[in-house]
Write a protein that binds this ligand. Structure first.
Ligand code: ATP
Ligand code: MG
Ligand code: FE
Length: 337
């Protein structure tokens, strides 16, 4: 079974081909980061225009790498949401045009389900499992009892983890996207500044990062007013320590309470070295739970992860028709069967 995946939800135009849901045959990502850098964030209009320019080129490159023709493909999986609606529409329309012209089944996929299924390109999933999703727009703990079943047991009440990283980076005048820069700086400093950790109500698996973000901004401004300058590496290390502490503690608690067999790390912030190391250390003591962490290239947006979900949905018989539309606020529970 060969699934072609298409992803255009944000600022990466990506096409991939995945065999039997697990094996990457081709994986092409065209990033627009350079075009958005000078604005300090993704500009939706610019994103859409780039997708229009890139989608055919990226598709042809994926087929070329796979040494395949579009008629070899069993189904086309495309991100239908969530994301920027104008960006989503480019991928959805490209997928519909291909599906219609070549009479290939079409399957709409949830972007966050994609981030979670990036792990299936690493190892087979073992249910029940828990996924810690940490990305630019999402921070959630997702419980899965079987393929296609997604239950959000906790989520952020304000900023996503990646968003907090990017805002703190901006405060430190680091380029967009700031996550990798904060991560690098954090390893050069010690976490000497005591920053808040939002544990919320006992037993809650929700998150909150806006208080932490404000605390970082206040720390910088107060120092400036005193005529001081806080070492950016110390601030980055302290911020990262707070984020990682809360993420890891809640994930371990949930993994125990839900008695899961696996914990899957997912989303762009899964590329964070501090988070990867802390999770690895925490789960090395939990012998009954397998921790899976994807390689960096599968953490940030790509289409192989979309094809991986598409493979399962296609097997389950899910089909989208030509009325498929981009849906900026798509709910992950729609894939539940
Ligand atoms: P979503 O998946 O929620 O729709 P998105 O697709 O924009 O959002 P991703 O591409 O999954 O987000 O992740 C991008 C985010 O990951 C950015 O906020 C970026 O700063 C962050 N990020 C990437 N690498 C790192 C890192 N090493 N440390 C921390 N954050 C990182
Ligand atoms: Mg991106
Ligand atoms: Fe993403």
């Amino acid at each position: 079974q060969l699934i072609l995946g298409i992803e255009t939800s944000c600022d990466e135009t990506a096409v991939a081909i995945v065999k039997n849901g697990r094996e990457i045959v081709a994986n092409v990502v065209s990033s627009q980061i350079e075009s958005h850098k000078r604005f300090g964030g993704v500009v939706p209009e610019i994103a859409s225009r780039h997708h229009v320019e890139q989608v055919t080129i990226v598709l042809e490159e994926a087929l070329r790498q796979a040494k395949m023709d579009i008629d070899n493909i069993d189904a086309i999986a495309v991100t239908e949401g969530p994301g920027l609606v104008g960006a989503l529409l480019i991928g959805v329309n490209a997928a519909k045009a291909l599906a219609f012209a070549h009479d290939i089944p079409l399957v709409g996929v949830h972007h966050i389900a994609g981030h979670i299924y990036a792990n299936r390109l690493v190892t087979e999933m073992a249910f029940p499992l828990l996924s810690l999703v940490v990305s630019g727009g999402h921070t959630e703990l997702v419980y899965m009892k079987e393929h296609g079943h997604f239950e959000v047991i906790g989520e952020t009440r304000d900023d996503a983890a990646g968003e907090a990283y990017d805002k703190v980076a901006r405060t430190l005048s680091l380029p967009y996207p700031g996550g990798p820069h904060i991560d690098r700086l954090a390893h050069e400093g010690t976490p000497d500044i005591d920053l808040p950790r939002a544990w919320l109500e006992p037993g809650s698996y929700d998150f909150s990062f806006s208080g932490l973000k404000s605390a970082v901004i206040n720390t910088v401004h107060n120092a400036e007013q005193r005529g001081d300058k806080i070492a950016p590496e110390v601030l980055a290390a302290s911020f990262q320590a707070s984020v990682v502490d809360v993420l890891v503690t809640k994930t371990v608690q949930a993994a125990k309470e839900y008695k899961v067999n696996q914990v899957l790390l997912a989303g762009g912030v899964a590329a964070n070295k501090g988070l990867r190391a802390a999770l690895t250390a925490a789960f090395s003591g939990l012998k009954d739970v397998e921790l899976v962490i994807p390689p960096l290239s599968l953490c940030t947006d790509n289409a192989a992860m979309i094809a991986a979900v598409g493979s399962i949905l296609y097997e389950k018989g899910k089909r989208s028709d030509l009325t498929l539309n981009g849906n900026a606020g798509l709910d992950i529970t729609i894939h539940n069967s």
